[in-house]
Design a protein around this ligand. Structure first.
Ligand SMILES: *Cc1c(COP(=O)(O)O)cnc(C)c1O
Length: 360
């Protein structure tokens, strides 16, 4: 006799889904605390973006433009490609999900570095793929030769996170080129450029240039970090038209909501871009200050080109992250490995540096 109130659910979950670790979001402050746990932009959105959202608020009884036509065109102009090469989504994590759903058949392998972005194992499993992880080097860099060696006949996609979250280093143009040249043309290479605007390494690859020379490359970008729209969820892929069409077909209908579309459009306006570039410059300055101070304290911090630093606190990670939280600084701990600490407000960075000095 079926019992609707029974807590015993007999519907089986897909094995790959049941086995997934839950995504661990950055800690949220319960009282007054500096939130350095989610790589957010500490600057509030520019006034023009806030007014665009406020204006759009009165229109949300209507569905958004399903294909975000205006935003797609603006992004295409922004990066210098045709609109048919852009696919937008509800944050770049969704875009990445749809990229994999467009190409991965059940049991296909997806190669990615580890430790890297926490969403990679999740989007891989949800797409029906089998993850193949390749350890990053001792200094937190992607090991591209080892990743190339991990590519086999069942590999359908490789994820390249540059700068790598949570360690910070970028891949270099030369090594990426060698890597791409060594792969079969039917393996998709996703270059995740979530922190692109924070990169200051002259040897970093130019994603658009790479895309222009390798039709199997997809760039994934976001407005969550440098553009400060994490709360609205806008990300996009840049790809060859046929791949882009496939990703679009796999995408959630109306995936970018109306407020997000209007805010993203406002963000792409030149004066707002200039304001955001100033914020990014200030954060890059703070990043250098924090990185150098940590090294002066004796920490072995990897070179970082993102808006965070990686502290290899190893088996003390849990204890130190709890200490930091008690002192009002939220970091992102990875048990027994280390902690990722976002670059935030100057006072937040100072508070973290004081804690780090005490831990030496
Ligand atoms: C933050 C981040 C993203 C962006 O996620 P959104 O869904 O766009 O907010 C994508 N990739 C990496 C590596 C990230 O760290």
């Amino acid at each position: 006799m079926p019992n609707q109130s029974s807590p015993h659910v007999s519907v089986p979950l897909r094995a790959a889904v049941a086995a997934l670790p839950a995504y661990v979001p950055g800690a949220r402050p319960s009282g007054r605390a500096w939130k350095l746990s989610s790589n957010e932009n500490p600057f509030p959105p520019p006034a023009a973006v806030v007014s665009a959202i406020t204006e759009a608020a009165g229109e949300v009884n209507r569905y958004p433009d399903m294909f975000a036509t205006e935003l797609v065109e603006a992004l295409a102009t922004h990066v210098g490609v045709a609109p048919e090469q852009i696919v937008v989504g509800n944050g770049s994590v969704s875009v990445l999900q749809h990229v994999l759903e467009a190409v991965v058949e059940p049991g296909d392998k997806v190669v990615f570095p580890w430790r890297s972005f926490e969403a990679y194992p999740i989007v891989t499993a949800v797409a029906g793929g089998t993850p193949v992880t390749v350890p990053v080097t001792a200094d937190g860099r992607l090991d591209l030769p080892a990743m190339a060696a991990a590519v086999g006949p069942r590999t359908r996609a490789v994820l390249v996170c540059t700068p790598n979250n949570p360690t910070g280093p970028v891949v270099h143009a030369g090594e990426l080129e060698e890597f791409l040249a060594s792969l079969p043309g039917d393996v998709l290479v996703v270059v995740d450029e979530a922190y692109l605007e924070f990169v200051r390494d002259p040897e970093a690859p130019d994603g658009m240039d790479v895309l222009g020379r390798h039709a199997n490359v997809v760039l994934v970008r976001t407005l969550s970090k440098a553009s400060g729209l994490a709360g609205l969820r806008v990300g996009y892929a840049v790809a060859a038209p046929r791949l882009a069409a496939g990703i679009r077909s796999a995408s959630t209908p109306f995936g970018v909501n109306h407020l997000a579309q209007r805010a993203a459009l406002a963000t792409l306006q030149a004066p707002v871009q200039a304001e955001l570039a100033e914020h990014v410059e200030a954060l890059v300055g703070e990043r250098t200050r924090v990185h150098d101070a940590l090294r002066a304290q004796g920490w072995d911090v990897p070179a970082t080109h993102a808006n965070f630093v990686w502290l290899a606190t190893r088996e003390r990670t849990g204890e130190l992250a709890a200490q930091a939280a008690a002192a009002g600084v939220l970091v992102r701990p990875f048990a027994d490995e280390g902690m990722r600490v976002s670059i935030g407000e100057v006072a937040a960075n100072d508070a973290f540096l004081e804690l780090a000095a005490g831990w030496r």
